[in-house]
Design a protein around this ligand. Structure first.
Ligand SMILES: Cc1cc2nc3c(=O)[nH]c(=O)nc-3n(C[C@H](O)[C@H](O)[C@H](O)COP(=O)(O)OP(=O)(O)OC[C@H]3O[C@@H](n4cnc5c(N)ncnc54)[C@H](O)[C@@H]3O)c2cc1C
Length: 190
């Protein structure tokens, strides 16, 4: 799965139907393996991640143009297709990288990793929180006992990262998998 980043500027005037579809908050429009995640940003801007599950060759064998990405959404509502076809910026590929759920390393004196460097995974919505929590806990461990700090930190971080990676994959499967868009509807309805 990859995200393609696009922006519509001056959206209320230039793309009123797309603006109305996204509304004041965020919009998800999904079918299995592809769709739009769009949200309104300050300054009359809509920022969209166009989600596409395609082999890596699809993204690399030809230029990633608005037209080529929009063609993947033939037959979708025009106000949604406008999120890519009308982009004011060239589409930018945001590849999704992931480590193994259970990613660990042998203790190396004086060195550790935190945040995405330690446990990058599919975008389940917690990556920034986890990176900050890692930093906070590492700081506390160093303050408590510099001699054992890195081992203490890694023990907690490894366990947390593994369970969060599993949860992120489950969330992504729910949102973009074969049951889309019903999985997200179930998630929002609790
Ligand atoms: C498209 C996308 C959407 C996302 N959405 C969300 C979301 O909604 N919620 C959420 O919680 N998370 C989200 N994430 C994940 C989140 O962005 C990351 O988990 C988080 O940024 C990780 O923080 P970090 O500090 O570990 O790494 P980063 O934010 O990647 O910071 C690493 C920094 O190190 C710098 N750097 C790299 N190499 C060097 C070098 N050699 N020397 C000096 N500096 C270097 C980089 O330039 C970068 O600034 C998303 C990620 C992506 C890609």
């Amino acid at each position: 799965m990859s995200y393609v980043d696009t922006y519509l500027h001056d959206v209320d005037r230039r793309h009123p139907r797309a603006a109305a579809a996204v509304g004041a908050g965020a919009l998800y429009a999904l079918e299995p393996g592809q769709g739009f995640l769009a949200h309104r940003e300050a300054g009359n801007v809509i920022h969209t991640y166009v989600v596409l599950s395609r082999p890596v060759e699809w993204f690399t064998r030809a230029a990633l143009t608005r037209e080529r990405v929009a063609a993947e959404f033939t037959g979708w509502a025009p106000e949604l297709v406008a999120l890519i076809a009308g982009s004011d910026t060239p589409p930018v590929l945001r590849s999704i990288h992931q480590l193994l759920d259970r990613h660990r390393w042998a203790r190396t004196p004086g060195v550790t990793l935190l945040g995405d460097a330690a446990h990058v995974t599919v975008p389940g919505g917690e990556g920034a929180n986890l990176a900050m929590l890692d930093g906070g806990e590492l700081g506390q461990a160093i303050a408590a006992d510099p001699g054992t700090a890195l081992a203490t930190y890694e023990e907690r971080m490894f366990a947390r990262a593994e369970s969060e990676a599993v949860a992120a994959r489950e969330t992504i499967e729910l949102i973009f998998g074969a049951g889309a868009p019903r999985g997200l509807v179930s998630l929002l309805n609790g």
